[in-house]
Design a protein around this ligand. Structure first.
Ligand code: PMV
Length: 340
């Protein structure tokens, strides 16, 4: 982020909106956990209807940074990863003020619905814009990565690839768009199997998974998953996308179940839905994935849509129906604050 531009605006306030993303080829394991640098590339799509909107204000009068999410004040000692983002902005701009962030999420936190991705992407974009820091998309993606790895992929639009990079400082570890949202307008269903918070954080689980006897094989297989997924997406090859999603997700869950102590992210309903979609995918264009949680995300083509929607309603669980989403958007002066 050396060639960044910086003009400190009069009013140090901005709002940003970012979408959650779901990985087709997942990020799992860090080569550097301070900087959230991954072992290998990952590929995902943004979800249009799962969003976080965050307003950031740099304020002279406050003694400490603060974050509220849906009106709930996040305890100061848990701001750690956000502080990394804010300190980076302070060192790039010379701003010494504190940053007050208020966030609105339109979906439950920490249930495997990738709230950290949209959360840190929106926070990084809002805080940087409020500080007058003009970052390129790659630089902003690197900045969001400091909060949570997958947040790097919520900065660019549509289908995105996070390049793991090789540099020790992580400056080449950022996501880029590989195709816009309308490249392949699939239907997305996010089925909420679990409402409660996850029992283990992704970072902890990633670390624990390295104790599995299958870790070396997983590392070797997962390192090739991004190329395979990207080709499937660019060619709009649904059979290949299905293979990419199912293989990659189930390898991750097999790894988790075989580490010490074992981790099982599935709830009984996750398995019921998974079995149903695996069966259905032999006949119609539908596939699914599960992140480090119990929720199931289903993708389907237009031709399969009526059947898939009926089946999903029949599961009797809350779900969000959506499309492939855009990238982060920033308003330097949000309309609802313009009269203040
Ligand atoms: O970005 P984190 O630390 O929340 O980890 C995300 C991990 C997965 O969601 C399971 C995979 C991914 O690539 O999004």
């Amino acid at each position: 982020m050396s060639d960044t531009q910086h003009n400190i605006p009069n009013e140090l306030k901005a709002t940003a909106k970012a979408h959650a993303n779901i990985a087709v080829a997942k990020y799992w394991g860090k080569r550097n956990s301070d900087l959230n640098l991954p072992f290998f590339d990952s590929v995902s799509f943004n979800v249009e209807d799962l969003t976080t909107e965050t307003t950031a204000v740099w304020n002279e009068d406050d003694f400490r940074d603060a974050l509220s999410i849906n009106g709930w004040q996040v305890p100061e000692h848990t701001l750690g990863r956000l502080t990394r983002i804010l300190n980076t902005i302070r060192s790039l701009t010379g701003i010494t003020k504190r940053c007050i962030l208020s966030s609105k999420n339109n979906f439950p936190l920490s249930t495997g619905l990738a709230s950290s991705a949209s959360g840190y992407a929106a926070a990084a974009a809002a805080a940087a814009a409020a500080a007058g820091l003009e970052l390129s998309e790659s630089e902003l993606s690197s900045l969001a990565r400091l909060g949570s790895g997958s947040a790097a992929r919520s900065i660019p639009a549509g289908w995105t690839r996070w390049h793991a990079g090789n540099l020790e400082d992580g400056s080449d570890s950022h996501a880029v768009s590989i195709a816009p949202p309308d490249h392949w307008p699939l239907h997305v269903f996010v089925i909420q199997v679990s409402e409660g918070p996850k029992s283990i954080s992704s970072s902890e689980a990633m670390q624990q998974c390295q104790s599995s006897p299958y870790w070396p094989t997983y590392l070797q297989q997962a390192s090739q998953a991004a190329d395979f997924a990207q080709n499937a997406i660019l060619q709009r090859d649904f059979a290949a996308l299905t293979e990419a999603m199912h293989t990659n997700a189930l390898q991750l869950h097999a790894l988790a179940m075989t580490c010490n102590p074992p981790i099982c992210f599935f709830a009984p309903k996750s398995i019921e839905i998974l079995q149903h979609i695996l069966r259905a995918s032999r006949g119609i264009q539908v596939c699914c994935t599960l992140d480090a949680g119990a929720n199931v995300v289903v993708l389907c083509e237009e031709t399969a849509y009526p059947f898939v929607k009926n089946d999903i309603i029949a599961f009797g669980l809350p779900f969000v129906q959506s499309r492939i989403g855009g990238g982060v958007t920033v308003q330097a002066k949000p309309p609802h604050l313009s009269s203040e």
